[in-house]
Design a binder for this molecule. Structure first.
Ligand SMILES: [Zn+2]
Length: 426
């Protein structure tokens, strides 16, 4: 444990830099870093890492560099603008344990702007919350990592182990940004990911599968609908069958101890649907996107096979679809679940400083969505600790993050850095 004087200096340095931290966070929220448009926000992060004296590595993520690796998810978009950024503190002496601080720059689409109380990319602070798309998920955490590191330096200390600040793309759809960091060789003794976990430690997370299903129909004039085959109605039948499968998977929850306590751990989401082209024509095509969760300890291949079987069997019971089976394409997450294991050491350090800063014991959390923590834990033998601020309405309207919580998390991470990596007076 750090001595009281050291801990106090570091916490005060977080407070002293907090206004600047919030201004920087707001600046980052102004970048609409949607998928395929992350590059300018990444340039902004690269400049900030460089200004802090970190060694900046900015590179294009390329499918061919990662597609052979476990954890890769298939993609159907171009990676022309897909840049990762890592800022490295390389210690002159090696006195402690190395650390990755990882956050994602990408945000999900904001939806109709008129349903926001204020424009999603014009951050607004009100009542101790910052509003904006990505404020909670997870720009406040990503920036918190940088300012935690800055606070250690501003308090007059130099970490005595390597620290890698990672700003990655693609967390919301594949995880290929974090995977690209592994492919590039970044390794450490622990990774901390300040996703908005409500100041709780992620103990387990579900996996995620994305599939896109295309149903073909037979067009005909609506006046003679019986001569055609309605692809939209067929897609609805498939969606109903998938709902039944979702219920079946939830009914199995007692066999999966990490999520057994939750009422509905497995969520299927029909997130997109498109089909038809004319009110008076029987639709010839319908495509929908499904996001399915799987348990933390599931075999992802077996679950994919169940999804495919559900679609195949439903189609087989239909005269038209049995001859023209729906097409299933994997074009995003193929994310295994993850259970935090072999993490006693970093967990103990996090618990100690969470307690010091908040006055409460660190609680665990079973996540019902995925995070990039799985890459560190499953494929690099590195405990991936998800621990970040309180946020509301992530992926929804009026997404916001609790600024007191951001301050506490930044303090906790700064103290974690100092303890885990070790520090010496600069
Ligand atoms: Zn996130």
């Amino acid at each position: 444990m750090l001595d009281d004087a050291t801990a106090t200096r570091i916490r005060e340095a977080v407070d002293a830099g907090f206004e600047e931290q919030l201004a920087f966070t707001a600046d980052l929220v102004r970048f609409p870093s949607l998928r395929g448009q992350e590059h300018t926000a990444q340039d902004f992060m690269a400049r900030a890492y460089g200004a802090e004296g970190l060694d900046v590595d900015r590179w294009q993520v390329r499918v061919e560099d990662i597609q052979h690796l476990p954890g890769f998810s298939p993609v159907s978009i171009s990676y022309d603008n897909a840049y990762n950024v890592v800022g490295s503190h390389r210690a002159a002496v090696n006195g402690g344990r190395s650390l990755i601080l990882n956050g994602h720059i990408d945000v999900v689409p904001e939806g109709p702007h008129e349903m926001w109380n204020s424009p999603p990319y014009e951050p607004r602070t009100q009542g101790g919350w910052m509003y904006g798309r990505g404020a909670g998920d997870m720009k406040a955490g990503l920036v918190g990592c940088l300012y935690a590191y800055k606070a250690v330096r501003r308090a007059g200390f130099t970490p005595t182990a390597d620290i890698f600040l990672q700003s990655v793309i693609e967390e919301e759809c594949t995880g290929n940004g974090a995977l690209a960091c592994l492919a590039r060789g970044y390794r450490a003794d622990a990774a901390v990911i300040p996703e908005p976990s409500g100041e709780r430690l992620g103990k387990a997370q579900t996996g995620t599968i994305w599939i896109q299903v295309t149903v073909k129909g037979l067009p005909a004039h609506a006046a003679y609908s019986e001569r055609g085959f309605n692809a939209i109605k067929a897609a609805i039948r498939l969606i109903r069958a998938l709902e039944t499968l979702e219920a079946k998977w939830n009914a199995e929850k007692d066999r999966h101890r990490h999520h057994a306590h939750l009422p509905h751990p497995i969520n299927f989401n029909i997130g997109k649907i498109e089909g038809g082209d004319w009110p008076a024509s029987v639709p010839a095509r319908c495509t929908f996107d499904l996001r399915a969760a799987i348990y933390a300890d599931d075999d992802i291949k077996a679950r994919c096979a169940e999804l495919e079987a559900c679609i195949r069997e439903t189609a087989a019971g239909d005269e038209f679809m049995s001859n023209m089976p729906p097409e299933v394409v994997y074009h995003g997450f193929l994310a295994e679940g993850y259970i935090l294991e072999n993490a006693e050491e970093p967990t103990a350090v996090l618990e100690a400083y969470h307690k010091l800063v908040t006055g409460t014991d660190l609680e665990g959390r079973a996540g019902t969505g995925t995070t990039d923590a799985r890459f560190f834990g499953l494929y690099a033998d590195t405990p991936g600790l998800v621990y970040g601020p309180v946020a509301r309405d992530v992926h929804g309207f009026n997404e916001c993050v609790d600024l007191d919580s951001v301050r506490r998390v930044t303090q906790t991470i700064a103290l974690f850095i100092a303890d885990w990596c070790g520090v010496q007076e600069t």
